[in-house]
Design a protein. Structure first.
Length: 393
């Protein structure tokens, strides 16, 4: 099955219109005047409508991102619905504080804080979890009473557009949610530069994050929340439960085709169990069912888009050229679709490109370390931050 979709790309003029609509909805529309309990009721209704359309959303998400349908339904869509229900419950529980000022006697003065919405929030989301990333960012904004302008990823805008349709059915007032498909260089940049946007949330590469932060500072000093790239280590000790370590190691790398911001970027395995661990991983890779993400039997779908697939192939080629040992996979599958074999590298040294750079794909990077000398990992010369440290012992 081949599906083609054409989606209009928003211009800077479109962004300006959307931001002004969000600004008007916040300051002049019924959303800004609505009490918190009624706001929560609307968000609960939106979550219920999403639940009613979850199969359709999962199909769109699978077509749009390459996620296998079973994962899209349970995780991409299921967790998105849970997120909206969670934040809907917070709407009438966002409160300030009253604090006695000890040094104010004998007047017994109190310091009172009140939390208020900031206004128009700009959101720029990635392509690996389209609806989930939209939900994580937007639900909190709306629960607090803000309005939003969101640019979904250029290559995966479909569930965001369907979500916008469902939000109208839920009764969300006009101007509160504005979805603008488009490019990062035009649409995303215009959102970051716009003086009426008070806060910006971005998930993406570190390189683009630097550009976004600069734009936020130079425009109107808008607040920014940035979730950027990283390289997370996964350390496996010789005394671990090896069955569990293999299982968790596989999921930490190959979940969602490796297009996962919390993936284990590099596995360090204690020398005495290294060979057995790698052998078991290879056997598990051979069991993966690669194919049509809408087929319920498929466990590993295509990469999101061609440019990313080519980037992964270059990444693999660089690893081989620099002396890493390719023990499994590494090739694009023949035929239609952006399918990449699950790939496993061993004998990866600290100076190698693949040791320090995130792949964002189904590529396991394995390095061995001497028995008991975990300090050698910590002192390794790597150009990455230990974002999320996992270990099995």
């Amino acid at each position: 099955m081949v599906c083609f979709f054409q989606v209009q790309s928003a211009s800077a003029t479109d962004v300006d219109s959307a931001v002004k609509a969000a600004h008007s909805a916040f300051y002049e529309g019924e959303w800004g005047k609505m009490n918190a309990r009624d706001r929560g009721t609307l968000l609960f209704k939106l979550a219920d409508i999403m639940d009613e359309h979850k199969e359709e959303l999962a199909t769109l998400e699978s077509l749009d991102s390459g996620a296998v349908y079973t994962l899209a339904l349970k995780t991409h869509i299921g967790m998105s619905i849970d997120t909206w229900r969670y934040f809907a419950g917070w709407c009438d529980k966002i409160q300030g504080a009253t604090i006695p000022i000890n040094n104010a006697r004998p007047n017994h003065n109190l310091s009172i804080t009140k939390k208020e919405p900031i206004g128009v929030c700009g959101l720029v989301t990635p392509w690996n979890y389209p609806l989930m990333m939209l939900s994580w960012k937007m639900a909190a904004c709306l629960a607090a009473g803000n309005t939003v302008v969101i640019k979904p990823a250029q290559v995966s805008p479909l569930t965001a557009l369907k979500f916008a349709e469902l939000s109208v059915k839920a009764g969300i007032p006009p101007g509160v949610i504005n979805v603008l498909p488009g490019t990062g260089g035009v649409c995303g940049q215009a959102i970051a530069d716009h003086p009426l946007v008070r806060k910006l949330g971005f998930t993406g590469s570190t390189e683009i994050g630097k550009v976004i932060m600069k734009s936020c500072a130079e425009s109107n000093l808008k607040k920014a929340s940035l979730e950027l790239g990283g390289k997370s280590p996964f350390i496996i000790f010789a005394d671990c439960d090896l069955d569990k370590a293999v299982r968790m190691g596989m999921s930490s790398v190959f979940f969602n085709k490796g297009e996962n911001c919390i993936a284990a970027g590099r596995l360090f395995v204690e020398d005495s169990i290294h060979d057995e661990f790698v052998s078991r991983v290879v056997e598990e890779c051979k069991k993966m069912v690669i194919g049509d993400p809408l087929n319920r039997a498929t466990t590993h779908g295509p990469q999101n888009h061609l440019a990313h697939l080519n980037k992964l192939l270059d990444y693999i080629s660089t690893g081989v050229d620099q002396g890493a040992k390719l023990v499994y996979g590494g090739k694009r599958l023949p035929g239609k679709g952006y399918f990449l074999e699950p790939t496993v590298f061993t004998e990866v040294k600290d100076h190698m490109y693949i040791a320090t750079e995130e792949s964002f794909g189904p590529i396991m990077i394995v390095s061995r370390f001497p028995n008991g000398l975990v300090n050698e990992i910590i002192s390794a010369d790597g150009n990455f931050v230990l974002d999320i440290l996992s270990n099995f012992t």
